[in-house]
Design a protein around this ligand. Structure first.
Ligand SMILES: [Zn+2]
Ligand SMILES: [Zn+2]
Length: 171
């Protein structure tokens, strides 16, 4: 499904690629936490340029499960990314290699999109997740989830600014 015949693409001028990559797809095999929890939906339009580049524009959507950075509860993160991918044959690349351009296999008549989709997915995964902007997190002293329950720890915390004052009073 994500394999494109470049001869056909050249002849037809453009090609729509719509499909899903299952979370069980071997493409995700070496990923542990950072893998989609539901099918990755892909919607791309591929075109070619006169210099032999292949351009794919569209979007991908999926979800993944992460832990909230503050309270460690599971959070479902939505991924909805615009995609703009470019492949070029190595000779055409010249000086413009800014890392955004992927190389076409010069000897292959096919373009496999899977690896690029995997990379774009990983780039789209947020570094950390929050269950809510107002998540109160875990108590650093007793470890309770402060979104669910309260503890007395904060009441016992001493404000160091009062320590100097207390010392003065006991002298
Ligand atoms: Zn949280
Ligand atoms: Zn506490």
């Amino acid at each position: 499904m994500f394999r494109v015949n470049l001869t056909d693409l050249d002849r037809e001028g453009s090609k729509e690629i719509r499909g899903e990559l299952s979370p069980e797809d071997p493409l995700w095999n070496d990923l542990e936490e950072e893998r989609p929890s539901r099918a990755l939906r892909v919607d791309l339009t591929l075109t070619t340029t006169s210099s032999g580049q292949v351009i794919a524009r569209g979007s991908m959507q999926t979800e993944l499960e992460r832990s909230c950075r503050r309270c460690l509860e599971p959070v479902t993160v939505e991924i909805d990314e615009e995609l703009s991918l470019v492949w070029s044959i190595p000779d055409e690349l010249g000086e413009e290699d800014d890392g955004e351009i992927r190389l076409l296999e010069p000897t292959s008549n096919e373009l496999e999109l899977g690896e690029a989709l995997r990379e774009e997915f990983l780039l789209a995964v947020p570094r950390f997740a929050l269950c809510s902007e107002t998540c109160a997190g875990l108590c650093p002293r007793c470890g309770v989830n402060r979104n669910e329950t309260t503890c007395d720890c904060t009441l016992e915390e001493r404000d160091p600014r009062w320590d100097a004052l207390r010392e003065l009073q006991t002298e």
